[in-house]
Every structure is written in C-alpha cells, then in structure tokens.
Design a binder for this molecule. Structure first.
Ligand SMILES: Nc1nc2c(c(=O)[nH]1)N[C@H]1C(S)=C(S)[C@@H](COP(=O)(O)O)O[C@H]1N2
Ligand SMILES: [Mo]
Length: 336
C-alpha cells in the first residue's frame, strides 16, 4: 500500500448491487421491524376509503407526519392525464424502503434514519441572477402553485427503475416566481446541510451539500417537476420532503432531494456527483441504453417490486418531450 490515500476506495458510490446482494435482501423482503413501520405509511386514501375518515385514521394510529404537516389538506391532487403511463406503479412500501439519500447513509435502507429530518419550518432561498433574491417558507410557496399528480418513471444510474405517482408543480412555475434575469443560464438546486440530523454528512469525503443543476431551457421544459407529494399525500422524508426535483429523462441522481436553495447562475456549476467522479456521473446524465456506464451496462434495468429486467429506452421514454433540448448533442458526454 502506498501512503497516498485512495479516496475512491473509501467512497460508497452509486453502483448496482451485486446479484449476491440482491438475493440476500430484496427490497420486498422486508424485515419484521420495517413491516411494522409500514403500517404508519398507510395511504390516506386507503384509510378514508376504509370508511371512517380522519377519525378512523386517528384510531388506527394515523402517522404523525400527516397530522402535523400543514400541507396535508392539499392531497390528493388531481391527476394530470397528460402524464399517465402504461407501466405498473411501484408499490409504495417498496419505494419507501429502497432509497438513495446519502445524507442518511450510503445503503438503500435509510427510510428510518431519514425520519429525523424536520421539514417544518422549511425556508427556501432563491438567489443569484434574479430580479430580486427572496426567501420563503415551503407553505408560502405551496400557496403560489397548483398541485397536480403525475405518474413518472425513475431510472437510476445503477440500472434499477420505478414508476411513481408524484404530486407537485412544474419547475417552470418556480421560474415564474423567481424571475431569473436573461444572464441566468443555469439553475442550481441545493439540499439542506445538517450533519447532526443527517449523519451521512459526517462523511467528510463527500462534497456536501448535495447539489444538482439544469440549464434554464431544461428547467423550463414542462417535464421538469418539483415534487412535494407522493402516493396521494405529502412526500415521505425518504423521498426528499418537503420538496425535491423529478427530471425523469435523466438518471435519478439529478433529481435532488430536500431542496433549500435555488441559485440562478451565469456559469455551469460542478454538481455533487460530478465532483466525486465526473467520468462516471456527469452533468447531463440523459438516459441512453447505448452508452454504458464505465463499469456496467445501461442496456436494461431491474424493475423494483417485480422480478423482471426490461430494456432501457433513450431519454427514459420521454424523447417526445425533451429530445429538442439536445438536437445535435449526440456524443457520449450528454448521456453520462
Ligand atoms: N439530496 C440527495 N438527493 C438525491 C440523492 C441523494 O443521495 N441525496 N440520491 C439521488 C439518487 S442516486 C436517486 S436514484 C434518487 C432516488 O430517489 P428515491 O429514493 O425517491 O427513489 O434520488 C436522488 N436525489
Ligand atoms: Mo440513482
């Protein structure tokens, strides 16, 4: 061993689990303790459908999140039928227990740890190349938008995928509120930073806080969605409550969670994963089965909650909506 520290060897990076690991513990083989937790995630609509409304929900030990979340009354929101898809939805209990959220650890089992995140009060700052910088609370922001439900795919760079009923509003609506100047070419989004709560942030070899960025044109595309809810209720903490991005034509790491800052910038910023390994997790990260990750194939994906592997499609199936953004941009770097 040389004296020089190999940072890469210490980093748990985004990569597929080995078949061995998948066999040992698949996301739907929940340990007993997590099954009990799942009772707390009972779908509000299911409870209401069960007949007793909130009273019955209380009697069932209805979860504290929905009781104290001031936005709970905004859900479920009407589904925007322009964004329905033919794939089956990923069961909520599968999605809720298989997450990437490195702030709470580098495994997929961060659902419990992430409950420590306090999502109220939650201030969001909009700064940089805008008419006027501002800070507003999440509930003030929610008053300025109309929530809708969209069924979106999510394709992780690790070659697994899900289909999720997100609730939120188009990122273009946030651009309207932020009023970026013509000098703003990129929007950078930053996750909270609080290592006391998010113990993963004690790992000093990651460049916290997590940031991601889009070009202004990408951000203005109607597909770019700010998620505040999922499965017909406020987003669970492991999904990136109270507000996260969903850009379903890009690998999942672009869809940054628990955002506290939107910065409008003249120059392209370096993103979290780009800083860790630009050759493996780039700025553009558009899904393309023809460009393999340096260490594995991107041709197919494992569908979470189902025992199947399906072909991956370019732009994750959203070419009609987004291909125009990349005309002439055919090189590998746009798909990394
Ligand atoms: N702040 C933050 N955002 C994040 C991540 C993260 O570790 N921290 N992981 C990303 C990755 S790699 C993926 S695949 C998706 C996972 O979202 P999900 O857990 O809701 O499926 O979140 C993305 N957003
Ligand atoms: Mo990912």
């Amino acid at each position: 061993m040389s004296g020089k520290l190999n940072i890469q060897s210490r980093l748990a990076v985004l990569e597929p689990e080995t078949d061995m690991l998948i066999k040992q513990r698949r996301p739907w083989d929940l340990p007993e303790s997590q099954v009990t937790d799942e009772a707390d995630f009972l779908n509000r609509r299911q409870i209401i459908a069960a007949g007793g409304g909130l009273l019955a929900a209380g009697a069932l030990g209805f979860n504290a999140r929905a009781q104290t979340d001031p936005s709970a009354g905004l859900y479920p929101a009407a589904r925007n039928t322009a964004y329905t898809i033919t794939r089956d939805l990923t069961p909520e209990e599968v999605n809720s227990t298989y997450n990437n959220f490195y702030e709470f650890g580098s495994s997929k089992s961060i659902s419990k740890a992430s409950q420590a995140l306090q999502t109220r009060p939650w201030e969001i700052t909009i700064d940089g190349e805008v008419e006027a910088e501002m800070t507003l609370g999440i509930d003030d922001l929610l008053k300025k938008v109309t929530l809708e439900e969209r069924l979106y795919r999510l394709r992780c760079v690790e070659a697994w995928s899900m289909t999720i009923p997100w609730t939120g509003f188009p990122l273009s609506k946030l651009l309207e509120i932020a009023k970026p100047l013509s000098s703003a070419k990129y929007v950078q989004m930053q996750t909270f930073e609080n290592p006391k709560v998010a113990r993963g942030q004690l790992a000093v070899w990651y460049p916290w806080p997590y940031t991601e960025a889009l070009t202004i044109e990408e951000a203005a595309n109607d597909l770019a969605f700010m998620v505040t809810g999922a499965y017909g209720k406020p987003a669970a903490k492991q999904f990136g409550a109270p507000i996260r991005l969903a850009v379903p034509w890009k690998y999942g790491f672009k869809s940054v969670k628990s955002i506290v800052r939107f910065s409008f910038l003249k120059e392209r910023p370096t993103t979290f994963w780009e800083e860790i390994n630009a050759g493996e997790y780039g700025f553009w990260a558009n899904v393309n089965p023809k460009f393999d990750h340096p260490r594995w194939s991107q041709a197919t994906e494992r569908v979470l909650g189902k025992n199947e592997r399906i072909p991956t499609v370019i732009f994750n199936g959203y070419g009609e909506q987004v291909a125009d953004l990349y005309s002439g941009k055919t090189e590998r770097k746009y798909f990394m």
